[in-house]
Design a protein around this ligand. Structure first.
Ligand SMILES: *Cc1c(COP(=O)(O)O)cnc(C)c1O
Length: 371
């Protein structure tokens, strides 16, 4: 029995091997390794792709968040509203800044933060909102930007899972004051190591992120502010430039896979992803909801099919955030999602035969013949 993994990065490499290999050798021969011409070119290309004026390459998606919070002056005494149903970096960067993360619940259909809940959580200490476009589906940015304008709050978009996703004809990352992207290998635009980017339409913010990432100074060995070492390297940038040219094709393949899953799963007792009207989902994950989720996860594993649980425990209930004082049951939709979500194999190279095998195995489990 051949296995079907949840993700297959080798298949993608094989499909673009010649271009990638040439780019690697080009960087080796160039003598530029950190923040060189490829980083500069990638910054312009990603900014254009997103629909922003500026891009600033940094060491990871986590650092993109960390530097964005720093540049907006968010720190001790401030509150930042975000979702608990996300990867930990969305919130732990807020904590590292000295501010307090304030968690509000999600929409049970889309898993994204609910604008009305954000509004209800605003206090005089609130400084910013960090919406996450989870699994590749845009959050409700129009409503979120409206709340931000009325209360004079910053918006930092966490676009780590959603590069290229659109809402009302605009790509995510072009709505907020700043947007944060991750090029972690498993993301839709993934490097061969760590990487990230901040995009913005504000030249002052872009300039200050640039200074922050290089030890707080524009001129070497002269430091204006307390900075960080958070640089994107040339190798990753060169490889990402190759991959960016293929990204739209891969996104289309992800949507093909999702459409097949939608169709084949429609007769089964599982909840398939709900896509809001007017948005383009880029299916970083294809996530279903099922009762007896853990049993199904194990059942598929025993049949050589990899699935993942993003995320089993929402952040407000993590030990890390015990001191924030959220009780179990306080954000019930996120907690319920944590018990029921299961992300199926999803990558552009997934074949029709593999998709069918995944669905057949789920059907077999649900038919109850197996316990
Ligand atoms: C991956 C991810 C991050 C962090 O990105 P890294 O590059 O791994 O640091 C942040 N937020 C979300 C929602 C993510 O999925």
């Amino acid at each position: 029995m051949t296995t079907i993994s949840v993700l297959d990065l080798k298949a993608q490499y094989q499909s673009i091997k010649d271009e990638i290999d040439a780019a690697v050798l080009g960087v080796m021969a160039s003598g530029y390794f950190v923040l060189g011409p490829n980083v500069k070119a990638l910054e312009a290309e990603v900014a254009e792709y997103v629909g922003c004026r500026y891009g600033v390459g940094v060491a990871s998606g986590t650092d993109a968040l960390r530097l964005s919070l720093a540049v907006l002056g968010i720190g001790p005494g401030d509150e930042v509203i975000t979702t608990p149903f996300t990867f930990v970096a969305t919130a732990n960067t807020i904590s590292h800044s000295g501010a307090r993360p304030v968690f509000v619940d999600i929409d049970p259909r889309t898993f994204n933060i609910v604008p009305a809940q954000i509004e209800a959580a605003v206090t005089e200490r609130t400084k910013a909102i960090v919406p996450v476009h989870l699994y590749g589906q845009p959050a409700e940015m129009e409503a979120i930007m409206d709340i931000a304008r009325r209360h004079s709050l910053y918006v930092i978009e966490d676009c780590a899972q959603a590069i290229g996703a659109e809402a009302d004809g605009r790509r995510v990352g072009s709505f907020g004051d700043v947007a944060c992207f991750s090029f972690y290998p498993t993301k839709n635009l993934g490097a061969y190591g760590d990487g990230g980017m901040v995009t913005t339409n504000n030249s002052e913010i872009a300039g200050r992120i640039d200074v922050l990432r290089r030890q707080g100074g524009k001129v070497k060995y002269y430091h204006e502010v307390l900075g960080f070492n958070s640089r994107l390297d040339e190798m990753q940038a060169a490889l990402l430039r190759v991959k960016l040219r293929h990204l739209d094709g891969w996104q289309a393949e992800r949507r093909r896979v999702a459409a097949r899953y939608d169709e084949l799963l429609s007769t089964l007792d599982v909840v398939t992803p709900v896509v809001r009207p007017g948005v383009t989902h880029v299916y970083h994950q294809y996530t279903i909801r099922v009762p007896r989720r853990d049993e199904l996860h194990q059942f598929l594993k025993d049949r050589g099919i990899g699935t993942m649980i993003y995320y089993p425990l929402p952040l407000h209930l993590q030990k890390l955030y015990h001191d924030l004082g959220y009780a179990e049951g306080s954000l019930p939709v996120s907690e319920e999602a944590g018990r029921k979500v299961l992300s199926l194999p999803m990558y552009p190279e997934l074949t029709e035969e593999q998709i069918q095998r995944v669905v057949e195995a789920i059907a077999e489990f649900l038919s109850g013949g197996v316990r």
